[in-house]
Design a protein around this ligand. Structure first.
Ligand SMILES: *Cc1c(COP(=O)(O)O)cnc(C)c1O
Length: 419
């Protein structure tokens, strides 16, 4: 076969690593063209919540394709988008009454940043500085990269990234971070603070406690700084609750949702905003409207899939499944943590992670990452370590047999490649 013209994301083609071809999927399993069943232990990059091809989501997509494929969303509307917006407002924390659609986590973040800037602009108050948390990741478009940690991911693009204020990641003693946030907010020029609640994903699966999130929210409120919660990865049950913010009883001013919004079946994102943010744009003056759109804003088929996801949350015991999976993963982590090479074991709901002590080589480009990845694939498990950080984040339907296979794959991988 001739070489594929496809250029893959986050993939070094020069290493000539094999690229599996998946023909179909069901639940926690991917099936490849060479007849393998591979466990999707990272939920296809953190998006698949209930499992692949959930029958209700697939049926909703099929049904919607027979009615309305796509519609301009500037000044026009359709039933799936209206139903979804009402459903989201009901389900999400009180006070987030306005729903703006887009199509990926990165655009949900861009929209959130533009809403925050628009809020201050329309109030004629000159605030434009954005604060971020150290090690954060918010997507790969230029604005989303700007509010993410600087590093190997974005070194080539740094000249184009805008300047932000960085608050240190809250460690065992969170006080220095909270003090830094307070000091930065007090300067008076900060438009918004954007944060991944409880769990920082691409930055290395780092966790911090709900009390710290609650205190950060309080500090922002005290200074009128808009609080943006990026729940693109943490939302839809990943951290054990529907939203991570729930565990800290935090209501953000702006909330970003994507990945699991459609159960992970099809791209859709939503940025929810408070009345204050919406009202800053509400006027008879057309120059104050919110200037953002993309062609596929609120695509009806994607909205129909999301409505099916909301129905699943209402009708099925999703929370029970999440609790059961979290307990099972906790046991796996406890066993792994007994090994000398396993450091900093951590869990947040249905995510477990640890660092492999390689005696030096660490970070995203650590050599052990691709070695372990290949080993895991040999064990019919899809895991993609972030350098020397190994994490597991499976769909909620993953059963004990598959968890055992994942645990075994990690165990033999450590036997083989860790010191
Ligand atoms: C994945 C992710 C994004 C970006 O979402 P895309 O749909 O990949 O653009 C943004 N924020 C967080 C926290 C994420 O994990």
């Amino acid at each position: 076969m001739s070489k594929s013209p496809v250029w893959h994301p986050f993939h070094q083609h020069g290493l000539e690593e094999p690229i599996p071809l998946v023909t179909h999927a069901e639940g926690a399993a991917l099936y490849t063209d060479d007849g393998r069943r591979v466990i999707d232990a990272i939920s296809s990059w953190w998006v698949t919540t209930h499992g692949h091809n959930h029958p209700h989501i697939m049926a909703a997509i099929r049904e919607q394709t027979e009615k309305l494929d796509q519609l301009i969303f500037a000044g026009w509307t359709h039933e799936p988008a209206e139903t979804l917006a009402r459903g989201l407002v009901d389900l999400m924390p009180d006070g987030l009454d306005h729903v703006f659609y887009s199509d990926s986590g990165s655009t949900a973040v861009e929209v959130a940043l533009k809403m925050a800037l628009g809020y201050w602009h329309n109030r004629a108050e000159p605030r434009s500085r954005i604060l971020v948390l150290e090690h954060s990741y918010h997507g790969d478009t230029i604005g989303a990269m700007s509010v993410g940690a600087r590093g190997v991911f974005n070194r080539a693009y740094e000249a184009l990234l805008f300047d932000v204020g960085t608050v240190p990641f809250p460690g065992a003693n969170p006080q220095p971070s909270l003090d830094a946030l307070e000091a930065a907010c007090a300067a008076g020029d900060v438009a918004a603070f954007i944060v991944e609640p409880l769990l920082l994903g691409a930055g290395g699966m780092l966790v911090y406690p709900p009390q710290v999130l609650a205190e950060m929210r309080t500090i922002c409120a005290r200074h009128g700084v808009l609080f943006i919660a990026d729940e693109v990865m943490t939302g839809w049950g990943r951290t054990g609750t529907l939203l991570a913010c729930e565990q800290a009883q935090v209501t953000p001013d702006i909330l970003c949702l994507a990945k699991g919004l459609t159960g992970g079946a099809i791209p859709l994102a939503a940025t929810l905003a408070s009345g204050a943010v919406y009202n800053a744009h509400y006027s008879t003056d057309r120059s104050r409207m919110f200037f953002h759109s993309s062609s596929f804003t609120a695509n009806p088929i994607a909205c129909a899939a999301a409505n099916a996801n909301l129905a699943i949350w209402q009708d099925e015991d999703v929370r029970g499944r999440i609790d059961a999976l979290s307990r099972r993963l906790g046991k796996v982590l406890d066993r792994l943590a007994q090994r000398d090479v396993v450091t900093n074991p951590r869990q947040c709901g249905t995510m477990i992670a640890f660092d492999v002590d390689t005696g030096g080589d660490a970070g995203y480009l650590a050599d052990i990452g691709p070695k372990l990845r290949e080993h895991f694939y040999g064990c019919d498990v899809l895991l993609r370590p972030l350098g020397n950080t190994v994490y597991v984040m499976p769909p909620y339907c993953t059963d004990q047999d598959d968890i055992d296979t994942i645990a075994q794959a990690i165990s033999t991988g450590l036997d083989r490649y860790a010191r």
